[in-house]
Design a protein around this ligand. Sequence first.
Ligand SMILES: [Fe+2]
Ligand SMILES: [Fe+2]
Length: 492
Amino acid sequence: MSTDARTGPAPSPTGPLSTIDYSERIPNNVNLAGDRRLQRALEGWQPKFLDWWKQLGPALPTEDVYLRTAIAVGRDGWAHFDHVPMEEYRWGIFLAELDPDRTVAFGKHKGEPVWQEVPGEHRADLMRLIVVQGDTEPASVEQQRVLGSNAPSLYDLRNLFQVNVEEGRHLWAMVYLLHAYFGPEGRREADQLLKRNSGDLDSPRILGAFNEETTDWLQFFMFTHFTDRDGKYQLGTLKESAFDPLARTCKFMLKEEAHHMFVGTTGVQRTVERTAELMREHGTDDIFEHGGIPLAVIQKYLSFQFSVSMDLFGSEQSTNAGNYYSSGLKGRWMETRRKDDHVLLEAERSMNLVEDGRFVKKTVPMLSALNLDLRDEYVEDCSHGVRRWNQALEEAGLDGRLVLPHEGFNRAVGVYAKHHVSPQGEVLDEATWQARRSEWLPSDGDRAAVAELMVPEYEAGKFAGWIAPPQSGINEQPVEFDYVHLRDEGLA
Ligand SMILES: [Fe+2]
Ligand SMILES: [Fe+2]
């Protein structure tokens, strides 16, 4: 007999409509029970997902974790919090509410009703967009697999696992679309999403930043601040899609994504706060020996993660991006709030590039530069976090500041890929770049010194010495709440 409340009906949502049915094997608000074929196909994929989770999901053995689970997709009260064994997390398929009057907001189909099915002519492109997005979701779980072994607190450990289960759910979201709308080919792609693995030499993840190792918690926080934020912007463009199931899926994913960035932004903030405290206490910048991470090293981590995340936006100029826009597959960030014709056939913009060792500006058709348009929005958003972190330094009475490096710094994709640019924006020759790169990017020595500080702190309410405690706990629980029960603890 099951006494587990999570397998019964969902708690009543306080928000509007679209309750998720938890009595089913795969929780969903898409009436999966009404489509037996699809339901069976997804139930066939579920064990493969669980195998993957066991093999490449969080490595630290836990009894249960204080997690939030979606219960309804309305604006309020969509989440339920409880201690849950992670492998029993109710991964499911949740789409934002259907808006029956929604029309295409941009491109050549502007004003027409949105599509509930995939138009044949856009099938390949849409599937590719979904596969690339889907590939990033399990990749980050793989990258973060071992971080549980040296979490700075139970609070942070819980946040890591929350991010991990939700990235798992985002994979479900993309797999649902592949299964529901792309036939046998979609099912094959869904299987491939579990077969490519982060950093695997033979079958790596599709995008570069998702094959980088997440070496330590500072990098995890930088990743969730900068790389999950790339996710936010990609989802923001897909949320505008004329293909309505994709739009609704991404709209709901964005709600979960907000927490991931919160984890990153506040994680870096707390690291900076502790650094500032140690700098004042000891009157020196070199605080490794006092158990903190020097500001200069935090800056290097920042510069690294920002630059690899910038690469995720692709080339500044892209015919594909323009075509996706014109055909309605992918919009711009905040498309409906833009004050222009939403077709962009006449529009132009300026972009930077390097010519003969100098920066020049050139005017290009807007439609060709939509990746750059999105990236600019992203950079602006990133800078808010940096401002926040600097406020902590200012409040501590310190002169040092963190900065976003120049857009051309350490780039492997786009117009800067063949050039070396310093964080301050000088074009450098190869020799200078090689001589100075360890001033700007984390060296092996920096990473080793940070790694040495990464000692686990699993006593409720305690924090490792390199990071300050948060202002408040999760879901109004106290900071010293027992957010995670480790496996050994449970047996005691
Ligand atoms: Fe995600
Ligand atoms: Fe995320």
